[in-house]
Each structure stands twice: as C-alpha cells, then as structure tokens.
Design a protein around this ligand. Structure first.
Ligand code: CP
Ligand code: NVA
Length: 329
C-alpha cells in the first residue's frame, strides 16, 4: 500500500475521541500504538508548545481510594496541556452510595470534559461509564489499571526499542488489577507473559484464555507456573506488585503467608536474563514483595514507570479529547 494511503488508513482506524477506557482491551492494538507514539512525542516536546492542546478543558477525578501517582500525574498532565483538573475524594463521592452511579455520571458529564474514577468494585464504574456523555478513564478498579499498563508498555519499549517478542514474568498476586492490565497490554503488543503465583493467587482459567485470545494474532503467549523460578527463567522483565491490594486488607496475613516464596529477591532476578529489568507499579513494600537490593538496584526502572504515567496519560487525554491534529499518528 502507498505510504499516504497507509497513513489515512491508520488515522481512520484510530477513533479514540469520546471513548471510555476501563480496561486495556477497550483499545485496539493500533490505538495502543497511537497512545504510545503520542506519549513519546509529548515526553520529548516542550511544555509551552503543548499548552493549547487541552486549553479550557476540565478533568474531573473521583477517588474512593488513596493515590499519589495517578492523582498527581493526571493533575500535572492537565496543567501542562493548558487545562484544569479537580478532585473529589472519599465521602464527597462514592460510586453508587450517595446516589446512583448513573445520576452521578450524568451530572458530572454536564460539568467536565472527561472523568477519571478510582473505585473498588468494577461494576459500578462500568455503570457510571455507560451513562456518561464524556470519556471515562479507569484510574484503578478491583479489576483493572489500564493507565499503569500504558506507562509500563512505554517504559519497556524505551528500554528495549520494541514490545514484540519481549518476555515478561509477573510474580505474586496474579489476580490483581495491575497484573490483569499488564497481561492484556503485553498480549496485544506481541509480548509474552508468564505468571509465577501460588494456586490461590493464580489468574482464573477464563482470564488466561482471554489473554491467550488477545495475544494470538500477535504471536504472544501466556503461561502460569506455581514456581517463581520457572516463571522468571530467561525473561526480559520481572514485575511484581503489592501482596495485598487496597480494600483487601482483611486478607493481608493470608496473602503474606501464601506469597512469601514469590518475593522478588536478587536470587530470583539471577534466574532472569542478565539484562532483565525489575518493574513495580508502586507503592512498594521493601522486604515484603521485593528486596530493597532489587528495587533500589541497577535493574530497577520503577521511577521511569512512575514518570511515564504522566506522559502516557497526557497522550490518552489528548487522544480522547481531540482529533490528534499535529500528533504523530
Ligand atoms: N501506581 C499507582 O497507581 O499509584 P497510586 O496508587 O499512587 O496512584
Ligand atoms: N494492586 C494495587 C495497585 C496500586 C497502584 C492495589 O490495587 O492496591
């Protein structure tokens, strides 16, 4: 196909404006590629040139759970793009408790241009998003953390120059939100994932089959092992997250007992490729899910991941709120 036709085809296929992003698989592989390309462009560009992109736009952010990275990176991102962000927290807004998710969503849609929601259960968020007339972004639910996954893809690609063929091991609680979004994202971009988890924390068969289906056209595979060493053997990236996610504190003791053999130690890192990276979405607990020597060591890219939350989310906002004019799509 002629290059110009190719370019038109790709612009026509990327119709992100106005969409909701509740999980990574709400995006197509092409759309993920677009967000990553825009993110890389914004990361290298001057903020002064970015100011007009979202001038006059307001992002509403609703947080039922604590946040440092998600909250601050979205707020700073809106400032750098010439817009504004406002936050409602905890008792100001509980998805579905003070009023129905649908009513809250319809009201907010009259005030703001896009909404980020961090909530416990995914179902009220899905109802909230279905009723919204502006884009809704999942800022973390029990099921998914798509913004983290976009930043993680960006970080892996910066380091290896590609995502295709990269092998990532996720060790620990394979049933949590970060693991789920990471697996979807890798599968859709041609990278492969292995889980190292005890049976109690292994992703469901239905989820593994879903990831397998997503990855098949891109040559990606997904496998789950009960041995951490087997999961990380020769991989390019070792990823872990907290043993107990927010809202599941009553399970902390049980999780710690089950996941102790899955702590990421220097010994475990030695089973991965010698060039392997260590990744963690943060916040982290040193000497629980990861040894301090690993997260503070030379293989760790956790602060690049945290920085890339800013760039990836700015790109997502530009994609959802503009026609991407002037962007590298
Ligand atoms: N990784 C992440 O989402 O961090 P916060 O909980 O601080 O937003
Ligand atoms: N799995 C963690 C991620 C925090 C960013 C949690 O849900 O608490």
């Amino acid at each position: 196909m002629h290059k110009y036709t190719l370019m038109l085809a790709s612009v026509a296929d990327v119709a992100l404006r106005g969409r909701n992003v509740l999980t990574v698989s709400d995006l197509s592989p092409l759309e993920i590629g677009t967000v990553l390309a825009v993110a890389a462009h914004l990361k290298t560009g001057r903020v002064a040139e970015q100011l007009p992109l979202l001038r006059g736009k307001t992002l509403g952010m609703l947080f039922e759970k604590p946040s440092l990275r998600t909250r601050v990176s979205f707020e700073v991102g809106m400032t750098q793009l010439g817009g504004h962000a406002m936050v409602a927290q905890g008792s100001d807004f509980m998805v579905g408790s003070r009023e129905t998710p649908e009513d809250a969503s319809r009201v907010l849609s009259r005030y703001v241009d896009a909404i980020v929601v961090r909530t416990h259960a995914h179902e009220p968020l899905a109802r909230f998003a279905a009723a919204a007339t502006v884009p809704v972004i999942n800022g973390l639910s029990a099921l998914a953390h798509p913004c983290q996954a976009l930043a993680d893809l960006m970080t892996i690609r910066e380091r290896f120059g590609t995502l295709g063929g990269i092998r990532v091991a996720y060790v620990g609680d394979g049933r949590n939100n970060v693991a789920a979004s990471l697996a979807e994202a890798l599968a859709m971009c041609g990278a492969s994932i292995t889980f190292g988890c005890p049976p109690t924390h292994r992703p469901s068969e239905a989820f593994l089959a879903h990831v397998q289906r997503l990855g098949k056209p891109h040559g990606s595979t997904v496998r789950a092992f009960s041995s951490a060493i087997r999961a990380v053997r020769d991989v390019d990236v070792v990823y872990t997250d907290v043993w107990t996610s927010m809202g599941e504190e009553h399970l902390a003791e049980r999780n710690a007992a089950a996941l102790l053999p899955y702590r990421v130690t220097s010994e475990l890192m030695a089973a991965a490729a010698s060039h392997a990276l260590f990744m963690h979405c943060l916040p982290a607990h040193r000497e629980q899910e990861v040894e301090a020597a690993v997260i503070d060591g030379p293989q760790s890219v956790v602060f690049d991941q945290a920085e890339n939350r800013l760039h990836a989310q700015k790109a997502l906002l530009v994609a959802l709120l503009t026609d991407l004019r002037g962007m590298p799509v």
